[in-house]
Ligand binder design. Sequence first.
Ligand SMILES: Cc1cc2nc3c(=O)[nH]c(=O)nc-3n(C[C@H](O)[C@H](O)[C@H](O)COP(=O)(O)O)c2cc1C
Length: 353
Amino acid sequence: MSCYKNLIVFYFSGTGNAQKAAEWIVQIADSMNITTNLVNITDFEFNMLKDINSKTLIGFCSPTHGFNLPPIMLKFIYNFPNVKNADFFILNTRAGMKLHKIFLPGISGIAQILPVIYWKLKGYKVVGMQPMDLPSNWISLHPGLKEKVVMSIFKRCEKKTKNFAKKILSGQKSCKALISLPVDLIVSPVALGYYFIGRFAIAKTFIASDLCNNCGLCIKNCPVNAIEQINGRMYWTFKCESCMKCMNNCPKRAIETVHGYTFFIWWLIISVLPSFVIGKIVDNELFNVSENPFIIDIIYNSFITFIAIFNVYLSYKLLHFLLKYKFFNKIILYTSITKYKFWRRYKAPKIVI
Ligand SMILES: Cc1cc2nc3c(=O)[nH]c(=O)nc-3n(C[C@H](O)[C@H](O)[C@H](O)COP(=O)(O)O)c2cc1C
């Protein structure tokens, strides 16, 4: 018997994990005769909230991106209409892995803390905070997990998610996310770095190879409309949240991360350019360095930050241009690890996204 009459679960999902977790919760609610509504946040309409009352539970399911919620989910939560009388929960899916028989968890960072503090400040009641370690989908960093591993992680997570759902739907609180609070707080500065710089840099590492037949599926399905076609080639704008939907769903397997090019540009930016500029400053005796060594530090750090941000934009424009030429195209592609057959893609099993 549940203390709730209706449940609305809002989800955002790049490769299907958060969607699957949301579906498991809805299944449990259905079995308890609770009226349910499962909503992709990109399809949200205000009238979905018209029946909200004190017997409503509202949930949010989202992947974790850079020790935080993805900006699209953060914005959704921030702009969510005031519904003080309902109860809230949040489930963030993280990068689960499996090493032999040991299941390894991901790290939430501020993905749970931020929305919960926000809801508490607004006076909302939060009844559930649950991380869920579904298979990692960050295939720019590692190949997609093997099918057997994916299935065993899924089985484990299904059970855990359903137990979480049973608990909160029967009126109990469940805040398992708090267990990892010390680690989450330690990594929280990285979340800020990712939010303000990292995500923009990562957005500019995607290209479509010559296998692309311009079917336009990636443009059509991108949840943040981040992909454009410029001069007959796909172009990832700064809007991209690296949710991995495009890369994992491309029917031609044409979308790649350009590792070699990215490392080369960052090597130029971090090692060659600053030492060149600092050398010039010292040589020209613009400052009396021995008396003001901290000036060099300040110049160096500001220079690196400025160039890093500017570089992200310029180097991607250059990349887009170079891809036109067979010679550069080949070098860029063959230094991209995702191009190789052994680099598996990832999609949550049996899900139509
Ligand atoms: C750009 C990016 C950043 C990520 N950052 C984190 C992270 O900080 N912590 C974590 O545990 N998992 C991280 N992941 C892994 C995903 O959160 C995880 O695989 C999630 O289950 C994917 O959910 P989805 O299939 O609904 O998109 C990241 C994945 C991507 C693509």
